[in-house]
Design a protein around this ligand. Structure first.
Ligand SMILES: [Zn+2]
Length: 144
């Protein structure tokens, strides 16, 4: 289980691997595991950690807000689970989270009609024949 954090500063792309086996600190200070070289980012901004195959981000700065999905600011010491494709903003720096293994893993799809789980390779439900085009995609780890 690992993930990748991507960000952009002045049109330059950066990315760093999140191995998942230990927490990773993010910030401007050189001693952080992931150094984001922007004056808008706190010396120690956040921590990303993995628990039971899910990644979480925890706000470590009291003063520099970290906004999740442009929706809400994480409170100091506040934690939120990260889905694949989740993005966060600190000042004008945008961070994007990619959960590599979850994204690459085979997934199942739940039939809208009979609620059975099928492999995503099927076009129609084997049980009731309903098209799976609008079925709900389930990441593998949710029922493994
Ligand atoms: Zn069905």
């Amino acid at each position: 289980m690992y993930a990748v954090l991507c960000w952009e500063i002045a049109q330059q792309q950066f990315s760093a691997c999140l191995p998942g086996v230990r927490p990773v600190t993010i910030g401007r200070r050189a001693t952080c595991d992931i150094v984001i070289d922007s004056p808008l980012v706190a010396t120690e901004q956040a921590q990303i950690f993995c628990r039971r195959d899910r990644f979480y981000i925890r706000q470590l700065s009291r003063f520099v807000p970290l906004c999740v999905q442009n929706e809400y600011e994480l409170p100091y010491r506040g934690t939120v689970a990260l889905r694949d494709g989740a993005f966060m903003t600190v000042g004008t720096v945008r961070l994007e989270f990619r959960a590599m293994q979850v994204a690459a893993a085979p997934r199942k799809v739940r039939c809208n009609h009979c609620k059975n789980l099928l492999d995503v390779t099927h076009e129609n439900c084997l049980w009731c024949g309903t098209s799976l085009a609008f079925g709900e995609l389930m990441p593998l780890h949710e029922f493994a």
